[in-house]
Design a binder for this molecule. Structure first.
Ligand code: CP
Ligand code: NVA
Length: 321
């Protein structure tokens, strides 16, 4: 099924080449659709050895200062399947760790590589890398956002429901990096987004305001409330993420107390639409943010979500790099 409405002209692939992918707010709605249409095409093609090889002769650097299973492995597999090579650069493997500046690192790596995927703590580091690089920089998660995850999540929702407009996505729990990018992604496709968070854990208010403006242009709504049951009412998608993100381990006890009423369990799922699906970016903690009966139950879409990372990353790599 086409991801396009007749009113939405697709931008040409050339519109992406060489650009950074730092945040969803930097993409137009038509560009989001273009990436997702390409992802659907890559998914249809599978992983046959006869795939087109748009990355032939190209090398992606992968800077990771945090752990990763899905992002690292699916990006690396995508690079390999598209004919390119990836160089993994973990903590301690670059002179960055010994005081070389991000700006110099960007200038030097731009002479060797064709693109860089980076996962780190501070979003400003990603922005500084991008400011000094002459190759595309892709944000593979920071403390503030996780845009490539949200693109794969949009693909999963469209596969299940055949549309985004008129659907409500309820995000329950921590208004963290995953929540912010999901909110921005929902706004770009006109899907209603409702977050329920404890006090002090709301998504960044400036980003909520900007997502609201994007959503309004497409007839969508962005709301933030306290009550998980209010958020999931009429929801087609119930989404949660960990209560303790990477780098927040010292806050674990306080967070477990604050989020205890926000577990996605069967009682909460029963308050959503009867055909509602459960989504989680993974890794998950059964018994904390989600009950095992939900994530391992028939409404769970979490492994389709994880798979779609591979297809969306092929789209991103073939368009941007
Ligand atoms: N969801 C996600 O980004 O998973 P990883 O941390 O394993 O990459
Ligand atoms: N919010 C989580 C997402 C992991 C993919 C974290 O930042 O640790």
């Amino acid at each position: 099924m086409s991801l396009y409405s007749k009113a939405t002209p697709a931008p040409g692939a050339a519109a992406f080449k060489g650009r950074h992918l730092l945040d969803l707010k930097d993409l137009t709605p038509a560009e989001v659709l273009q990436i997702l249409a390409a992802a659907a095409e890559w998914k249809d093609r599978g992983s046959d050895p006869g795939l087109p090889q748009p990355l032939r002769g190209k090398t992606l650097g992968m800077i990771f200062t945090k752990s990763s299973t899905r992002t690292r492995v699916s990006f690396q597999a995508a690079v390999n399947q598209l004919g390119g090579q990836a160089i993994f650069l973990g903590t301690g493997e670059l002179q960055l760790g010994r005081g070389e500046t991000i700006a110099d690192t960007a200038r030097v790596l731009s002479r060797y590589l064709d693109g860089i995927l980076i996962r780190t703590y501070d979003q400003r580091e990603v922005e500084e890398l991008a400011a000094h690089a002459t190759i595309p920089i892709i944000n593979g998660l920071t403390d503030q956002s996780h845009p490539t995850q949200a693109l794969a999540d949009l693909q999963t929702i469209h596969e299940r429901f055949g549309r985004w407009q008129g659907l409500r996505l309820a995000y329950v729990g921590d208004g963290n990096n995953v929540a912010v990018s999901l909110m921005e992604a929902a706004a770009k496709v006109g899907m209603d987004f409702a977050a329920a968070t404890p006090p002090g854990y709301e998504p960044d208010p400036a980003r909520v305001a900007s997502a609201r403006a994007d959503a309004a242009a497409l007839g969508g709504r962005v709301t933030v409330c306290r009550d998980p049951f209010e958020a999931v009412r009429e929801a087609s998608v119930v989404y949660t993420d960990v209560w303790v993100s990477m780098g927040q381990e010292a806050e674990r006890e306080a967070r477990l107390r604050a989020f205890a009423p926000y577990q996605v369990n069967e009682a909460l799922m029963a308050a959503a639409r009867p055909d509602a699906i459960f989504m989680h970016c993974l890794p998950a903690h059964r018994g904390e943010e989600v009950a095992a009966a939900v994530i391992d139950g028939p409404r769970s879409a979490v492994f389709d979500q994880a798979e779609n990372r591979l297809h969306v990353y092929k789209a991103i790599l073939s368009l941007f790099v």
